[in-house]
Design a protein around this ligand. Structure first.
Ligand code: GLA
Length: 386
């Protein structure tokens, strides 16, 4: 978080005055992928990379926003029915609208923001941006009357209503609710969650960024969700006596009953989701027992499912996972929405140097580019800096 940079740009690009500074992180997710919109469990944590903004009400009804890293400036009226076109500004515009819907009387403001969460790496840079502004507007214009959960939902609604991604709640949840040193197990159906201190002695959590940029807007992400909903619809039709909202409510037997109707592809998608629900629970037990070998084994199983059944991996990421396996890394899988981005790896301390060297060299040799390595520090969620 480069506060000095944000402050100096804010002063330079507006009227020389300072404002308030807020920050929100990106996230990792240990296990529980594509389960959030299926009512299942996720296991995310906030990271030490995120979006930081400086913001000051300007006494008008116009938002003037400057994206420091892109050197791009956009203006829009708070009640503009359409909003700006550029994708980064739509997140801010969407949050303004969603906070207004939640009773916050948002007026015009000046803002400059910058981020160190890599874009398109599956670390939720967009949720970090949404959460940062949701938190800031709630503080500046709403006297913090909107609850943290409603900030999470405002971020998710921004993706749905203004950015074309029918996402679940994991990313915004992690960004808003994160705590230092703790992962969170969230039940996305009941919204109950628990903090899990995460300090696996003798292991490191390492992200390997394939630098294949993923972009969920316009991607098959929304199609995956549709496949899951289609399976639920078929199961519900067979069992009018029960209520089925998401795949979380469905059993393996019920899934098998509709196998022929829904077709192989949708069946495979649902099969992955049901398996992932079981895996997250197994990982919770393993973490409680300090059994990281089982955690790692489940991560590999998740990767297999995401690659073969859910089909959200890509050749480069599968290669990164195969290098991890060859090197004896404890656990590895693609992380986040998919279609590029990072693998998350659970690596024994003594293997770390060898693995990092190997994965860089082998990837470089095969794809002509070096993957990026990020060591994960689990950090605090959205907050005011000053
Ligand atoms: C993206 C979405 C999340 C979640 C993950 C996959 O990050 O924004 O809601 O569905 O993909 O687990």
């Amino acid at each position: 978080m480069d506060i000095e940079n944000v402050r100096s740009r804010f002063i330079k690009h507006f009227d020389g005055k300072t404002g308030s500074i807020y920050t929100s992180p990106g996230r990792i997710n240990l296990i529980g992928e594509h389960t959030d919109y299926n009512g299942g469990f996720v296991f995310p944590g906030a990271i030490d990379k995120g979006i930081t903004c400086e913001i000051r009400p300007n006494g008008t009804d116009t938002v003037m926003a400057y994206a420091i890293d892109l050197k791009d400036r956009v203006e829009f009226k708070v009640d503009d029915p359409k909003g700006p076109k550029s994708s980064w500004a739509r997140y801010i515009y969407g949050i303004v609208q969603e906070m207004r819907k939640r009773g916050v009387d948002v007026k015009g403001f000046n803002t400059a923001f910058s981020g160190d969460v890599p874009l398109g790496a599956g670390l939720s840079s967009s949720a970090a941006l949404e959460s940062c502004f949701a938190f800031a507007l709630n503080d500046l214009f709403g006297n913090n009357k909107v609850s943290k959960w409603d900030l999470v939902l405002a971020g998710q609604a921004t993706e749905h209503n203004y950015c074309g991604v029918n996402c679940g709640i994991m990313d915004q949840f992690a960004s808003v609710m994160g705590q230092e040193g703790k992962l969170m197990r969230l039940d996305c159906r009941s919204r109950e969650f628990e903090y899990f201190p995460f300090n696996p002695k003798g292991y490191k959590l390492v992200l390997v960024d394939s630098v294949v940029k993923h972009e969920l807007a316009g991607s098959p992400y929304n199609d995956r969700r549709k496949s899951c909903e289609n399976v639920v619809k078929h199961i519900a039709a067979k069992h009018p006596e029960s209520k089925f909202e998401t795949l979380r409510d469905c059993t393996w037997e019920q899934l098998d009953e509709v196998k022929n109707e829904v077709g192989q592809e949708d069946y495979n998608r649902a099969k992955y989701v049901l398996g992932e629900k079981d895996r997250v629970l197994a990982v919770c037990d393993a973490l409680n027992a300090g059994d990281y070998e089982t955690v790692g084994k489940k991560m590999y199983e998740t990767h297999e499912g995401l690659s073969k059944d859910y089909e959200v991996s890509c050749e480069e990421i599968d290669f990164l996972a195969s290098v991890a396996k060859e090197d004896g890394v404890t656990g590895c899988r693609i992380m986040g929405g998919g279609f590029g981005g990072c693998t998350i790896n659970l690596v024994k301390d003594e293997l770390y140097d060898k693995f990092v060297n190997d994965v860089k060299a082998k990837y470089q040799k095969k794809y002509g580019k070096e993957p990026k390595i990020y060591n994960v520090v689990i950090s605090e969620g959205s907050h005011k800096v000053c």
